[in-house]
Design a protein around this ligand. Structure first.
Ligand code: IVH
Length: 493
């Protein structure tokens, strides 16, 4: 039966949309829609192609491993391909139990057999990198690219202080050829500081500068920066999580440690950064407990994660399980709720802070993001709101990660309605007066922020000042009490 023209048109539209967003994400490091939305489009196309297999043309984005080598970097052929892992999108416990059940089935284990041991890790949200050490010296660093061929980014990676240029292997246990796989990422505080710096630069007239959507894009952009001097100014970090090609393990087997967790330990002993949250657990119940524990911790971590990763710990069992297409059967990524979502911006309010600073705040159609419902998000300042061209009625991407205030990262222009509001203009909106006390507003030369000039006359400033004072007094009282206690104690003894 021929494919109905409407279905054909739908598939075509989805393909074009996916191609467009894939380019924004992979080539330009500047996505326009949240990952969750991209995944939804991708799955819609997969479903359509499953129902109408004749639509699955070789050039369909579903048939392609994304991420291609960029022009400007030398290609690097990976001796051991850099694979990806299957993602479990069911964020409930069932996702973990299902993985354990599948592993047991594939290994032919019965209920009487002991639980499988798993190495559990965080799923860092950055860019996969392969580091090649020869005789303990870092000789090459490459991106994943399409998994077979990546880009030589050695110069940029060398600027990451956490990455040892020479492994510490005093006992000589480090193999003469060792490829370490891991993730380059940016800590949240480093990302916030970088964006703050970028905002200041833009406000000072450096219009070619930009702020970054999230730490992952900032990290990916820095690693693939053609100028290593610029890369060096971007604060990057690294975690090792696995191996690529290895030759000459010095142990009796010649194969290295028997378990993945012992591999991680070895990597750490050679001075590579390994995240301390990894843990070996038993069976599905162990996976569920790990997933839950890390979910509770997620906001307090200094970096973004989008889930956890479970790996069968025993390496011989990993080999038995092998691969399906380009994904190992012995590992899975178990997701958490996304930290970026789309929603509609209903209005822009202006808040007055302690020092009179006027901050535009987006009033949103409530949206579940990063594990809570968000209805307000900061737009930082007027310059930023204008640069992002955020208008009332727009569909926007909201990001809430860690304990940082939720923020509007960008507008989804393709969803802009005809009835959208005018470009944001703070002064016009306020008719030049503080929205709380009606004092004139002002902006000093070279400053980003507009302020209310009312000082303590302004009730909003008074309220914040009082709160600030009270919290500082609270600290002072505590310090005073401690000092008194200490002096009483020493004088009395
Ligand atoms: S293991 C053969 N472990 O997630 C297994 N990957 O699709 C190879 N990732 O782009 C990957 N944290 O960069 C592994 N603890 C972790 C990870 C991790 C983040 C990334 C990796 C890759 C993607 C997997």
């Amino acid at each position: 039966m021929p494919t109905p023209p409407t279905v054909q048109a739908q598939a075509q539209a989805l393909r074009e949309l996916i191609e467009h967003h894939a380019r924004r994400y992979y080539a330009l490091d500047a996505p326009e829609i949240p990952d969750a939305e991209y995944d939804r489009l991708f799955r819609a196309l997969q479903d359509l192609e499953a129902a109408h297999p004749e639509l699955r043309t070789p050039d369909s984005p579903t048939q392609r491993v994304l991420g291609q080598a960029l022009q400007g970097f030398a290609p690097v052929a990976h001796a051991v391909p850099m694979l990806s892992i299957r993602t479990e999108t069911d964020t409930s416990d069932a996702g973990a139990l299902e993985f354990d059940a599948r592993i047991r089935r594939e290994l032919g284990l019965s209920v009487q057999d002991p639980p499988v041991r798993y190495s559990c890790e965080l799923k860092f949200d950055g860019l996969a990198i392969s580091l090649r050490y020869e005789q303990g010296v870092l000789v090459q660093a490459a991106t994943r690219g399409d998994g077979e061929t990546g880009e030589d980014v050695t110069q940029n990676i060398r600027t990451i202080r956490q990455i040892p240029l020479r492994l510490q292997s005093r006992d000589g246990t480090c193999p003469p050829l060792l490829e370490v796989r891991g993730e380059v990422y940016m800590r949240r505080d480093d990302f916030e500081a970088l964006n703050e710096r970028q905002r200041t630069l833009i406000a000072a007239g450096h219009r070619q500068e930009k702020t970054f959507v999230n730490p992952r894009n900032a990290a990916a952009g820095a690693v693939r920066q053609l100028d290593p001097a610029i890369a060096a100014r971007r604060p990057l970090s690294f975690f090792a999580y696995g191996l690529g090609q290895v030759q000459g393990w010095a142990d009796p087997t010649g194969q290295g440690p028997a378990t993945h967790s012992a591999v991680l330990q070895a990597l750490a002993s050679w001075g590579l950064p390994v995240d301390a949250h990894h843990r070996v657990v038993e069976g599905g119940a162990g996976l569920v407990a790990f997933h839950q524990d890390i979910e509770r911790l997620r906001d307090r971590l200094p970096f973004d994660i989008d889930g956890v990763v479970y790996k069968v710990d025993d390496r011989a069992t990993q080999d038995r399980l092998g691969f399906v297409t380009r994904e190992p059967r012995w590992a899975v990524a178990h997701k958490y709720p996304a930290q970026e979502q789309m929603t509609v911006l209903r209005a822009i309010d202006i808040q007055v802070g302690r020092t009179g600073k006027l901050t535009p705040v987006a009033k949103l159609e409530p949206v579940f993001v990063g594990g809570t419902t968000v209805s307000n998000a900061t737009l930082h300042n007027e310059e930023e709101a204008r640069r992002k061209d955020v208008r009332e009625g727009d569909t926007v991407i909201v990001r809430r990660a860690g304990d940082v205030i939720p923020e509007v990262v960008s507008v989804v222009l393709e969803r802009r309605p005809a009835s959208v509001g005018a470009p944001f203009d703070l002064v016009q909106r306020l008719s030049g007066r503080c929205p709380v006390c009606a004092s004139p507003i002002a902006r000093e030369e070279g400053e980003v922020d507009w302020r209310c000039t009312g000082g303590l006359y302004c009730p909003a400033q008074r309220k914040h000042a009082l709160l600030h004072f009270a919290s500082r007094r609270a600290v002072d009282i505590e310090a005073w009490a401690t000092r008194s206690w200490n002096s009483w104690w020493t004088s009395g003894s």
